[in-house]
Design a protein around this ligand. Structure first.
Ligand SMILES: NC(=O)c1ccc[n+]([C@@H]2O[C@H](COP(=O)([O-])OP(=O)(O)OC[C@H]3O[C@@H](n4cnc5c(N)ncnc54)[C@H](OP(=O)(O)O)[C@@H]3O)[C@@H](O)[C@H]2O)c1
Length: 315
């Protein structure tokens, strides 16, 4: 089948393109620069120039595609973020989704899939939750659920299934957030906040991509949590990362210092728990993560870092 991937040059999209191509699907990847075009081409996809905020260009790029996927984000890649840093990500989740569902209807594609995040729902206090949980009360996360609703409404009025794959926290050798945590640990900078030990549901980004490919091959409407088999405390995850890097155990910082260095959002993220399960996605699609827990995933990540000499101990 022919698939349009928006965000084809990003950390999730690159993997979706590679895995779809490996399964003999044809992939059209949206790109906004020559570099992004080259990335899509190197993965075996066909790049098409279009910005998600140009609905006509997106619909033209989608011509002939049966499945449309939004894997694009503009998640800020800096340590301290404020509300302004999230504006573009919110626009992608709302306006970008609008462009893509309009394109889905215009080209008569069979289904629309998009990434969302598990911590957009639930109480975030450590109690486990599932796909039916109420929205988390956090303005930065509202756009994720708005994107899901925009797609659902378009799908039900235009007659195509929409799938929201709410992913756990991504980790991968090339993910900016994984790298900044490893770099901080290697340099002895604190990465844990206060006395808390939040519990997180993670997913290796390769497995997040395989979930998209699995769902794209047999689409049906719904919302699923795409996480690995066992939530882990942040202290265990980062402690095991430190061990594998040959670094000292991760240091803690008091909450007031975290507020100064990480801002309100970063502090909230590092002190919130999101613990959920992949039971529904496994049941409905027969999918299994290839890295069942962070332990197998970190082995792969650190092996790949070793090969590139990352992280360096020098600041
Ligand atoms: N669940 C999670 O934990 C989760 C989910 C997503 C991301 N993340 C994290 O966020 C960080 C950044 O992610 P990333 O590497 O994917 O981001 P990225 O490298 O910035 O990639 C985002 C993708 O979205 C595309 N895009 C952005 N704005 C667009 C627009 N207006 N129109 C069309 N395409 C647009 C980009 O295309 P161009 O190349 O053309 O700019 C790129 O392909 C990483 O650390 C990642 O792990 C985490």
């Amino acid at each position: 089948m022919r698939v349009l991937v928006a965000g084809a040059s990003g950390v999730l999209g690159r993997r979706i393109v590679r895995q779809l191509v490996a399964r003999n699907h044809r992939v059209v990847g949206l790109a906004r620069s020559e570099t992004a075009e080259a990335t899509v081409r190197s993965l075996g996809g066909e790049p098409r120039r279009a910005d998600l905020f140009d609905a006509n260009a997106v619909a033209q790029a989608a011509q002939g595609c049966e499945i449309i996927i939004r894997a694009a984000t503009a998640i800020p890649t800096k340590v301290r973020t404020g509300p302004k840093d999230w504006v573009m990500n919110d626009r992608i989740r709302r306006e970008g989704t609008r462009s893509l569902v309009a394109a889905t209807a215009r080209v008569g594609a069979r289904a629309f899939l998009q990434e969302s995040v598990v911590w957009a729902v639930g109480t975030l206090d450590g109690r486990p939750f599932d796909e039916d949980a109420s929205p988390a009360r956090d303005p930065i996360l509202a756009s994720a659920l708005d994107g899901e609703r925009i797609a659902r409404e378009a799908g039900s009025s235009q007659g195509f299934p929409t799938l929201a794959l709410r992913c756990g926290g991504f980790y991968s050798a090339d993910g900016w957030h994984t790298r900044i945590l490893a770099d901080s640990i290697a340099k002895g900078r604190p990465v844990l906040v206060g006395r808390q030990s939040p519990l997180w549901s993670l997913i290796h980004t390769d497995d997040a991509a395989s979930a998209f490919v699995t769902a794209a091959e047999a689409p049906k409407p719904g919302v699923w949590h795409v996480v690995d088999d066992r939530p882990v405390t942040l202290v265990e995850f980062l402690g095991e990362m430190a061990k594998r890097l040959g670094a000292r155990p991760p240091r803690r910082m008091p909450r007031w210092l975290a507020r100064m260095f990480l801002g309100r959002y970063g502090t909230r993220l590092l002190t919130s728990s999101f613990s959920t399960s992949n039971a529904r996605f496994r049941r409905d699609f027969g999918w299994r993560p290839s890295f069942p827990t962070y332990a197998e995933g970190l082995d792969e990540v650190v092996k790949s870092w070793r090969a590139e000499g990352f992280p360096s101990r020098r600041s």
